[in-house]
Design a binder for this molecule. Structure first.
Ligand code: NAD
Ligand code: GLY
Length: 368
């Protein structure tokens, strides 16, 4: 692809390979969307918050590529990542008589991206789609790697598919309109890459956390590129999470329990993951894998990123029991055993079960 794009990270997956393009002011440029699969129509899927900000620019950039551009605005929020909202995408595709070449554009955060990706995976057994992530979290994690899903009341992201996009467009300029709480949520997934894979990156984040919270362009460009590189490497090794990819779920076993237990949308996904990382780090320490100093360091960094580090009480009578019941539904659970991503040592993670009494003790210690 030739263009004025600042940087490109390649996801290497044989015939499902694609580029993540990263830079300023990309979203509204026609060149950003060159060489995508040919089609007469495109559908931009966004939500009621993001569409007024960026849909017109995207539509204009796509105008030279597609004869017809349809748009759809989903309701905003994690609480809408469900069958009813997903069905709105199928209704729009069928209502506009879209064919199997129609290209879907996911314009929004991880909620829009995950739902649009799932719709693309299943409409007419698969149509091409492009991720245009507009949150930090979506740029550094959810838009990359082909996981698509909706939630079920009993579990997070329980219904979905692996389905890779044709391209990911990370326009850093759109982060300017992101509320600070959402920036912090995205920082959780950036910080995640340190303990599981790359301690020099962790050190760098530690030294630039204030710049990142302020969305300072140079620091943000580095953090997004580096995160995408780490994720690209992991996904390139293990696209469908047969092994290595599970390390990307550090903090997610506890985090998904927080999200489902409180009701989707009460805590942001990144907040739940950040707090889940604290809990998983304490569990790693209890298992004798890391020392208390590293747990404290990680906790301090998450705190400085503006994230909660104490878990919520989900049940006043048996809080640990409630967490355990919710975590049983985690996709990593095997034959009734909850699997945790544990830090084996700074920069290295593994998936393991843990004694229930130890998990209970960690939950008791980490929840306020
Ligand atoms: P989100 O999609 O709910 O977006 C957060 C909020 O920011 C929303 O209100 C949204 O409308 C708003 N917003 C988006 N872009 C904006 C902008 N530029 N300016 C102003 N407001 C903007 O949340 P998220 O954190 O992006 O994504 C969380 C979701 O991603 C969860 O459902 C999670 O399960 C999923 N996820 C998926 C993967 C994956 O691999 N597929 C990985 C991590 C997370
Ligand atoms: N966010 C975890 C993964 O993509 O595997």
């Amino acid at each position: 692809m030739t263009s004025n794009i600042a940087e490109t990270v390649r996801i290497d997956l044989a015939d499902r390979s694609y580029d993540i393009v990263i830079g300023e002011n990309l979203l509204g440029q026609a060149v950003t969307y060159q060489n995508l699969p040919k089609a007469s129509a495109a559908l931009i899927v966004s939500n009621t918050t993001v569409a007024p900000l960026y849909e017109a620019a995207l539509k204009q950039a796509l105008a030279g590529h597609y004869k017809t551009i349809h748009t759809l605005h989903l309701p905003d929020g994690e609480a809408h990542k469900d069958w009813v909202t997903l069905n709105q995408i199928f209704d729009a595709l069928l209502g506009h008589a879209c064919d199997r070449k129609t290209v879907l554009f996911a314009l929004g955060g991880g909620v829009v991206g995950d739902m649009t990706g799932f719709a693309a995976a299943s409409f007419m057994r698969g149509v091409p789609f492009v991720q245009v992530p507009t949150t930090l979290l979506a740029q550094v994690d959810s838009s990359v790697g082909g996981k698509t899903a909706i939630n079920h009341p009993m579990g997070k992201n329980m219904i979905g598919a692996f389905y890779q996009p044709q391209r990911v467009v990370c326009d850093l300029s759109v982060l300017k309109t992101l509320p600070p709480r959402e920036v912090s949520a995205g920082l959780a997934e950036i910080i995640k890459y340190g303990p599981i894979a790359d301690m020099p990156f962790f050190e760098w984040i530690d030294g630039h956390i204030d710049d990142l919270r302020a969305c300072e362009p140079k620091a943000m460009a580095h953090a997004v590129r580096k995160s995408c590189e780490i994720k690209a490497y992991v996904v390139g090794q293990d696209e469908r999470e047969a092994g290595l990819r599970a390390i990307l779920n550090f903090g997610h076993t506890f985090g998904h329990a927080i999200e489902a237990g409180l009701g989707y949308g009460e805590w942001l996904h990144g907040e739940a993951v950040g707090c889940g990382m604290v809990m998983a780090a304490h569990l790693s320490e209890a298992m004798g894998l890391i020392d208390a100093a590293f747990v404290q360091r990680l906790t301090n960094l998450l705190d400085r990123a503006g994230l909660p580090t104490k878990g919520p009480v989900l049940n006043a009578n048996d809080n640990a029991g409630q967490y355990l019941a919710l975590m049983l539904h985690d996709k990593k659970s095997v034959a009734g055993d909850i699997q945790f991503v544990l830090i084996e040592g700074p920069g290295k993670a593994r998936v393991s079960k843990a004694p229930e009494a130890m998990v209970r003790a960690v939950i008791d210690r980490c929840c306020a």
